[in-house]
Design a protein around this ligand. Structure first.
Ligand code: MN
Length: 736
């Protein structure tokens, strides 16, 4: 069987008869492994692997496997599997140590000190995967889980160690309790076999599949393998017959190549029966061969030769040499009809065969033909990966390519859990707000806070694979415009924009209408008295789409309420007259009432920080609505025309909101005086937003305070309290 063509068997425990017929397990030893390693690693590196072994042996001292074997036999066997794949010494060391952090409590730092950062990182990576596996066993989204597993491993060797770990656990699943066996087998079929497949590691993939299948369905596996056994006998003659004919043909044309008979794997037979509704005999009445040759050219020559021998079936020819599969697999597939049966043939070179079996692992160790030295060749691996990227252009299904290669090997996506264990896929850099919108727009819109792994966290903190994220919502909460500066998903961005835009529109209409009504009042008119015809005339004159747009423009500060009001009341003849602001009957218009909670379009100026009770005016800021200034603010226009553009405002009577105000306190320095100031503010029910010492010398200091108060009276109370402190020499409100 093709899956067994590599020497995986070496490090399985062998059972030997000892005296009295008792069966005793003879453990593989680290020296046997060292002998195998000497074929491709130097002594120094082999010694490092040995050292990792002895370290792990000591750490696991006294621990036993369910089988009764010493625990160390497991990591040793895992290293053995990786040695068969000819992986580098660091991977082997990580294999030796892979359960040390998890099972013996030795910290990562200790491993780094002993074996270097790379090995410690690898062990840590494998441990993290093991934890995830444990935590989310109920997880049904296998596809995403596969991707997450890959994304979590920054170093692809973590996956290789994990696969070898899983393979050995599957080989030794027998003594486990039934429930655990089922879980591990299911997970192997759902997660690990497909990952091996994605990485092109066909040998490990098929072995994991067959072991998983036999554990999950022991009776079906037994039945199918018996049936295969039986068929093998009755088919032997015809197989030999075909093989002979193929061999003859190759020799006749002088083409080099060895011909292997291929057998179907239990799991794939079962899947075909189950999912393709085929009978056992339909599946098995296919005779499958693989021809392995030296060069790509000879693959095509051999194709020609076999097509001349038997007729090819239409639609069954696939050239994966010219168009490799997403995982790098290359081969020619064709199906022939001959000797009254279908004959499936795969044609490939030795190198393609090696890659087909070992995938990414085939690229790890690279034997330099000239010098005979074997080296770890990271750049060769990188080239392979890059080669896969370039194949995208040639791949017949580029979506499939992107799905399987880019996402897997270049983890630019992260996978996080909902509190219920569902996996969400997000681009890397995504924040809890992106996560919230990915779940549902309504959740995104109502987000106020979040927990990451149960701890409160900022909504802007970038998420990492494996985290559990919980969004806290509040009814009536609204998206914050500041979110736009950190969200990375299109969905979050467009949803936030949409809400803000709708909200801005509603608010600009409201503010615009208020301002227009006030201006109309100055002309002794009411909005309800204006005829539709007159409104339409003004709309046409100003070249806007609708009267609503014009009102919204007023609210946004793009259009002056006074001018629109004048056009509305004065009829057509005024429309073309130049605007005359000097005659704006401002004083007669009355003031607009504000309460400070109008929304996006009414903001308080940062320079003078007005609070309720201060005389205030509004300045229209084109496109952004109104900014409220104190009417003594130095930033306000001085000239008449500018003053005419201001909107007179008055505060609503029942404001309970708090407003921030800046205070400057001059004081004599003495111990505890800052605390005394803070205390005085608190005693007057003021909230301190910020307190800082601006300037000081040996005797005097200046303290800057930003305090929240609900109005001028409240502010006066706060200031009186502070002024009463003996050390305070002066207190004043700061306006920039
Ligand atoms: Mn393990």
């Amino acid at each position: 069987m093709e899956a067994r063509m590599h020497a995986f068997g070496l490090f399985c425990p062998r059972y030997t008869e000892k005296d009295g017929g008792a069966v005793v397990a003879a453990e593989a030893t680290v020296e046997e492994l060292a002998r195998e390693l000497s074929s491709y690693l130097d002594t120094n590196r082999i010694n490092q692997v040995r050292r990792a072994y002895y370290y792990a042996e000591q750490a696991h001292e006294g621990q036993m496997r369910k089988s009764g074997d010493r625990y160390i036999t497991h990591p040793l066997a895992v290293a053995g599997i990786l040695a068969d794949l000819r992986l580098d010494h660091q991977s082997l060391m990580a294999a030796m140590l892979h359960d040390v952090i998890e099972d013996t409590g030795i910290p990562k730092d200790a491993l780094a000190e002993q074996f270097g950062d790379d090995v410690a990182e690898l062990v840590d990576g494998v441990s993290k995967l093991t934890q995830i596996e444990f935590r989310s066993r109920a997880e049904a989204q296998a596809e995403n889980f596969q991707k997450m597993t890959l994304a979590m491993a920054k170093d692809i060797r973590v996956i290789l160690v994990k696969l070898a770990d899983r393979l050995h656990n599957m080989r030794t699943l027998g003594p486990m309790p039934y429930e655990k066996r089922l879980r591990i087998a299911t997970e192997t079929l759902d997660i690990y076999a497909p990952i091996a497949n994605r990485l092109g590691m066909h040998s490990i993939c098929t072995e994991l599949e067959d072991l998983g299948f036999s554990s999950l369905y022991p009776m079906r596996a037994k039945y199918i393998s018996k049936a295969v056994e039986k068929l093998r006998g009755s088919h032997r003659e015809i197989i030999e017959d075909i093989r002979g004919k193929l061999q003859e043909k190759l020799e006749e044309r002088g083409l080099p190549g060895r011909i292997l008979g291929r057998e179907k794997h239990l799991n794939s037979i079962y899947n075909k029966m189950k999912f393709k509704q085929k009978s056992f005999h339909e599946i098995m009445d296919v005779y499958a061969f693989r021809i392995i040759t030296d060069t790509e050219d000879n693959c095509y020559r051999i194709l020609g030769a076999v097509h001349s021998l038997y007729k090819p079936l239409p639609g069954r020819f696939k050239d994966y040499i010219a168009m490799p599969k997403a995982n790098g697999y290359q081969s020619i597939h064709t199906t022939l009809f001959g000797m009254h049966v279908n004959i499936e043939i795969q044609i490939r070179t030795e190198e393609m065969e090696h890659i087909a079996n070992n995938g990414i692992a085939a690229h790890w160790m690279y034997k330099n033909e000239a010098s005979g030295v074997t080296t770890i060749n990271q750049s060769r691996v990188d080239r392979w990966v890059k080669g896969l990227m370039e194949m995208r252009e040639r791949a017949d299904d580029s979506m499939e390519f992107i799905e399987h290669v880019k996402v897997d090997l270049f983890p630019d996506e992260i996978y996080v859990f909902t509190p219920k264990g569902r996996i969400m896929e997000l681009p890397s850099g995504a924040t809890p707000v992106d996560f919230a919108y990915a779940i549902h727009t309504d959740i995104g819109n109502a987000s106020v806070a979040c927990r990451i792994n149960r701890n409160l966290a900022s909504l802007s903190q970038p998420l990492q694979s494996g985290q559990t994220v919980e969004i806290i919502t509040a009814p009536g909460a609204r998206p914050n415009p500041a979110w736009l500066s950190f969200v990375v998903t299109g969905k979050a961005r467009s949803s936030i924009r949409h809400v803000l835009k709708t909200r801005k529109r509603a608010e600009s209409m409201e503010l615009g209408r208020t301002l227009l009504k006030r201006s109309l009042k100055g002309f002794g008119a009411k909005l309800s008295d204006i005829s539709d015809a007159q409104k339409q005339a003004v709309v046409n004159h100003n070249q806007v789409n609708s009267f609503d747009d014009m009102i919204s423009d007023i609210g946004l500060g793009n259009r002056m309420a006074y001018l629109v009001a004048r056009q509305l009341v004065s009829g057509n003849e005024v429309l073309d007259a130049p605007a005359n602001l000097e005659n704006a009957p401002d004083s007669k218009q009355g003031a607009v009432t504000i309460r400070g909670t109008e929304g996006l379009l009414v903001r308080f100026a940062n320079c003078c920080k007005p609070i309720p009770g201060d005389p205030v005016v509004g300045v229209m800021d084109s496109g952004n609505g109104m900014v409220i200034h104190s009417d003594t603010c130095s930033r306000l226009p001085e000239d008449d025309e500018g003053r005419a553009r201001l909107t007179h405002l008055k505060w609503a009577k029942d404001i309970t909101d708090e407003f921030s105000v800046e205070l400057r306190v001059e004081l004599e320095r003495q111990r505890g005086v800052i605390a005394e100031v803070a205390n005085a503010v608190a005693m007057a029910d003021g909230n301190i937003e910020r307190i800082s010492v601006e300037d000081q010398n040996a005797r005097f200091g200046i303290v800057s305070l930003v305090v929240h108060v609900n109005g001028r009276k409240h502010l006066a109370r706060v200031m009186r309290r502070v002024r009463n402190i003996r050390a305070v020499t002066h207190i004043g409100r700061v306006r920039h």
